[in-house]
Design a protein around this ligand. Structure first.
Ligand code: ATP
Ligand code: MG
Length: 562
């Protein structure tokens, strides 16, 4: 496995291989020295973090070279595509911080593509094939020996034109005929063995309705769509490298503007799956609540989880672009969000696993307001006042009965500082009949209030707390990895990635929080001091906030699982 920086540029001024190609083209005045990229999602699901890499790359290159980027929906497969997906894709791209210069749909070009198909038929570069799907794939054969030409390959231009027009009119049933490019049945590249250009499909299309019953295949639609839009550099993932000769063949055969296809390695991350088909299965089979479930690697899931656009863009930047497939460690993504939230998130105190702390020498009816810093990384965020009183909630794990010497938190006889407040000394505990601790007793030292002249006494530990009478209750959703193995697709015989789902990926608890939050808008980010980064979920109500844990403060996964 590769980690963070192996693909990274060695220094900020060196170019990645795509930038090198673009700079060479600019130097040579190719494409009138324009740079025009596109992001071409198929609207058959929500975007995931892999798409984010492609978005950052395409839009980033245009920004760097003063060019343009289109968004184009590759909507040539009507049975799987929906408007809901189109809307979510646009929202996600904009949320990431990018704005396209133009919005197009491959379906905008159906008529032009059809006319071009007629042109290819007239030039004897395409033919209607009546063979079945099985006969066609059998005829293609295997790469090591030439395939067999279809018996329909040498039809006359007139017959091909007639049949193709009638395919469009809806005269033939689905699967009965296809239009194929006439290229080379002996090519060692299987994609060049008379690839299918059109198939018959009686399906309703989310934009063209029932206007068409023949639909272009990806390979016939993609390059020409790029060409129509004047795209200069058509960036795609590595699996399309073997399609490139076909991309080039269509542009040449049609004598149209010829963009350059450039392939890069797709992003893979461990402990997750990243194909839309699998993500859809997780949603449909209710392994997660929705596409934007915070455990999903979708952009909408990461957003709901509390990831910021900057953290995702930084991640994309850090991993860089490579020509070889590799797997990025998920902890790098987590590192990027921690780094960003450390700068931005407002601090607050919340107790996730509470136990009562009773300050016996503090008057029962007294309340003091302690000054707390909202964000030590950003003084402009100011301070707030938090109530302090006789009874507090503290974290159960901050007390230990038989504590080892190096446990710098509470144990009978030991001292800690309550953050923003006083030093206290633990004096005893209460237990129920089962031996569970129900309360911890302590005394405070009035001379040690934070901000007072140094009392000369230092303690090693500082713990967080909330005032029991003032605290509010919030629901907190603690997420763990959705899969408990690094490569979920690597399943045992007869099993699938579904069997690798981590059964404990969501834990819902009630926590005690400070009484007030500066912002309560959905997605507001907070650091719960000492506990991690959390954000407000859309399920919150005026009565009860719901928080999602974005990430813990430190990487605890490795510790827990090795
Ligand atoms: P999936 O297999 O997840 O459905 P896809 O490649 O079929 O992905 P598209 O909607 O066709 O999804 O992709 C839109 C763009 O995003 C394409 O240019 C594609 O190459 C790119 N892309 C998709 N997945 C990744 C990934 N994991 N890493 C980088 N780029 C990706
Ligand atoms: Mg696809």
């Amino acid at each position: 496995m590769k980690t963070a920086n192996e693909n990274n540029k060695t220094d900020k001024t060196s170019l990645n291989f795509i930038e090198a190609i673009i700079e060479e083209d600019l130097k040579n005045g190719k494409n009138d020295s324009r740079v025009h990229t596109r992001f071409p999602p198929e609207p058959n699901g929500y975007l995931h973090i892999g798409h984010a890499k492609s978005i950052c790359l395409n839009f980033g290159l245009a920004q760097k070279y003063n060019g343009k980027t289109n968004i184009r929906f590759d909507d040539t497969n009507p049975t799987k595509e929906e408007v809901e997906y189109v809307d979510s894709i646009k929202e996600d791209v904009q949320w990431l911080g990018f704005q396209w210069d133009a919005e197009y749909y491959a379906s905008d070009y159906f008529e032009q593509l059809y006319q071009w198909a007629i042109q290819l038929i007239k030039e004897e570069k395409a033919y209607v094939d009546d063979s079945s799907q099985e006969e066609i794939s059998k005829g293609r054969g295997v790469p090591t020996s030439p395939g067999i030409e279809s018996p329909y390959r040498n039809r006359s231009v007139e017959e091909n034109l007639d049949l193709f027009q009638r395919m469009r009119q809806g005269e033939f049933p689905e699967g009965s005929r296809v239009l194929r490019a006439k290229i080379d049945m002996a090519s060692p590249n299987m994609h060049m063995r008379d690839p299918i250009m059109y198939r018959i499909l009686y399906a309703h299309h989310h934009r063209t309705g029932n206007e068409w019953c023949i639909y272009p295949m990806y390979d016939y639609a993609h390059g020409q769509s790029d060409s129509i839009e004047g795209i200069t550099h058509s960036i795609c993932t590595l699996e399309f490298e073997v399609h490139r000769p076909l991309y080039d063949w269509f542009c040449k055969a049609l004598r149209i503007h010829h963009p350059q296809q450039i392939e890069f390695a797709r992003l893979n991350i461990n402990y997750t799956v990243m194909s839309k088909r699998k993500l859809l299965q997780l949603v449909q089979e209710k392994h997660v609540s929705s596409w934007d479930d915070p455990r999903m690697p979708t952009i909408s899931g990461l957003r709901r989880r509390g990831y910021t656009p900057e953290s995702i863009r930084n991640f994309a930047d850090t991993i860089g672009v490579a020509k070889r497939e590799n797997v990025i460690d998920i902890s790098l993504l987590e590192f990027c969000v921690r780094e960003d939230l450390n700068k931005k998130a407002l601090r607050t105190m919340a107790v996730l696993d509470p136990v009562k702390l009773i300050i016996d020498n503090y008057p029962a009816d007294k309340v003091e307001y302690m000054t707390a810093v909202n964000n030590p990384e950003n003084p402009k965020d100011g301070v707030r006042n938090i109530a302090f009183s006789h009874e507090l909630w503290i974290e159960r794990s901050d007390f230990m009965e038989d504590a080892p010497k190096k446990f710098f938190r509470l144990s009978i006889g030991r001292e800690v500082r309550l953050k923003y407040a006083y030093i206290i000394k633990c004096t005893g505990i209460d237990k129920d009949e089962n031996g569970n601790i129900t309360a911890i007793h302590c005394d405070y030292d009035p001379q040690t209030r934070s901000g007072m002249p140094d009392s000369g006494r230092k303690v090693k530990g500082t713990i967080h707390w909330v005032s029991a009478t003032h605290a509010k209750t919030a629901e907190v959703r603690l997420f763990d990895r959705l899969f408990h193995v690094p490569n979920p697709d690597d399943a045992d015989e007869g099993k699938t990635f579904i069997d690798n789902i981590n059964p404990d990926s969501l834990k819902i608890i009630n926590a005690y929080t400070e009484a007030e939050f500066l912002h309560t808008d959905v997605l507001s980010n907070y650091q719960f001091e000492r506990m991690g980064y959390f954000c407000i979920d859309k399920d919150s109500t005026p009565e009860k906030l719901v928080f999602n844990r974005t990430v813990s403060l430190r990487d605890t996964w490795a510790k827990k699982h090795t």
